[in-house]
Design a protein around this ligand. Sequence first.
Ligand code: PHE
Length: 338
Amino acid sequence: MIEYLSEIKEKALLEIKAAEDLQALDVIRVQYLSKKGEVSLMMGKLKDLPQDQRPSFGQKVNETKIAVEKALFEKKTDLENIELLKVLESEKIDVTLPGYQFYQGSIHPLNQVIEDVEDLFVGLGYEVAEGPELENDYYNFEMMNLAKDHPARAMQDSFYVDENTLLRTHTSPVQARTMLEKKGEPLRIICPGKVYRRDDDDPTHSHQFMQIEGLVIDKHVNFANLKDALLKMVKHLFGHERIIRLRPSYFPFTEPSVEVDVSYVKKDGSIGYIEVLGAGQVHPNVLKMGGYDPEIFQGFAFGIGVERIAILKYNIDDIRHFYMNDLRFLGQFKGVGK
Ligand code: PHE
């Protein structure tokens, strides 16, 4: 009987060793260890033995059971590991494959200039304002002190939708809109946006371009405050290398008025100047029409030509590059600015 028991053990261990997968292993488990399995049946044989042999035989059966269980467990662990390795192998990520190519865009050079100017002025307490590109003649001209028959209107011909509606010729109408909105309260704003003029496009002219308007209205605002703001801005944009020139000028909506030029090095090595903005103290008529008493309030305003700043900053020779959507041009401005 004992011999038979060890035969069962040998056989079980061999089968376990040879099992190829978990399913086969389970069949072996049932065959030997289930209630009617070969090892369990041996337990039933106890009663056939003489009383004195029962304890040692019972012990042997138990040892066999434990040995088979142990072998099953070890084989199961082995097979599970093999299975896991197979899964890992089949799901392996091949890191040597070339990745997908992502194209990274960049901020348009004109928007970089606008963001740069906004950063400065927001830091100085200005709000950013906006106005419509399709504008009323009233805001674009009349509230800017350019009556219907004013000769300076000739310099700002535009695209008219009807007699009183045009594509704005400058961002100055946002001055008028903001003044009316603030109802006599002090204000400081900058307003970037597109403007339009009737012009034939060439390397230095475009029928559509961009400006940034600035307006400050408060008590005790003087020309020195304007000059301070302008110089701060030009230094912020160009650093200290460029020479800045303020020239007396004329705008119907400011008095006195100036134009600001920034120096650049010409191709032949000599120094030239490019006008980058117009500015001045707000004309009393404009204040009055905007709802401010010029005896109490003063203000200054400026209008920056965004393309001109970008042309100077990045040495660009044709304004039309900004609008052509040519990636060979735009791709050169990645990471410039910030
Ligand atoms: N609006 C003027 C222009 O387009 C610029 C300007 C703005 C001048 C504000 C003075 C004050 O030419």
